[in-house]
Design a protein. Sequence first.
Length: 292
Amino acid sequence: MGINDPVIAAQTPAADFSINQCWDKYTNDEHAIWRDLYNQQINILKDRVVPEFYQGLELLNLNEGGIPDFSKINEKLMDLTGWQVIAVPHLIPDDVFFEHLANRRFVAGRFIRTREQMDYLQEPDIFHDVFGHVPLLTQPIFANYMEAYGKGGLRALKYDCLKNLARLYWYTVEFGLMSSSDGPKIYGAGIVSSRTESIFSVESTSPNRIHFDLERVMQTDYIIDDFQQVYFGIDSFEELFEATQQDFASIYEFMSKSDKMHDVTDILPTDKIYHKGTQAYANTGGRLAKAS
Ligand code: PHE
Ligand code: FE
């Protein structure tokens, strides 16, 4: 039954929505799914991911014995950047999520996908949350960015501008690219944990690839159920951190007054374009066309 055992699933989380990982409940099959996903992604990501991601994986020894035990990750992470990983049973309210980030706690699902879902699942599982997100939390500047984002989230709630801030998360933490002399490299967790998007995001001629611009990103729509049609690239984590250090109050103010929104395929005169996409993938039906 493993982690999906009804008795385990019925556990009541604490007031902050955290729950015991129950690491000893994972079955051999569940550990094997982790190892297979891990080995597959390690090969695919090799020359496609930023070097900081590999440093993080090594520092945390994420492959040791299958699904990682959060208490072991946390010992190492605490020493490196003061971050902790905590388990939650499902998606949690925005304010609780931000409060955890602001205090250097990253929330992760504890269930793992099934063999039928190796390539695609809608809800983030432990492989996405831990393999995808946690390695970069070993890197000081990225770790600082994530804390600042949590604090910024609590502020955005007060300004009623969560949509704008959520787009920033989407196009950086989840689907961010970083430029390098050797072409674009992946750092976003949503890409890192996906076999197919790891290749599509950096190699396909279909999506637009545009240099990151804070306000541009905060006004750009996104799609949640297929490959992105636009990716934004930063030069370094320093650039991302610096760009978000300013007080967002005035940005929120002007954005709540303007209804200017960019579609995923828009190219603006001010965009610094790395690659102008053909959109061939999306225009021929995307994921659903491939599945049928
Ligand atoms: N500077 C932002 C604010 O004033 C906070 C923030 C930092 C948001 C980093 C996102 C990332 O609200
Ligand atoms: Fe995620």
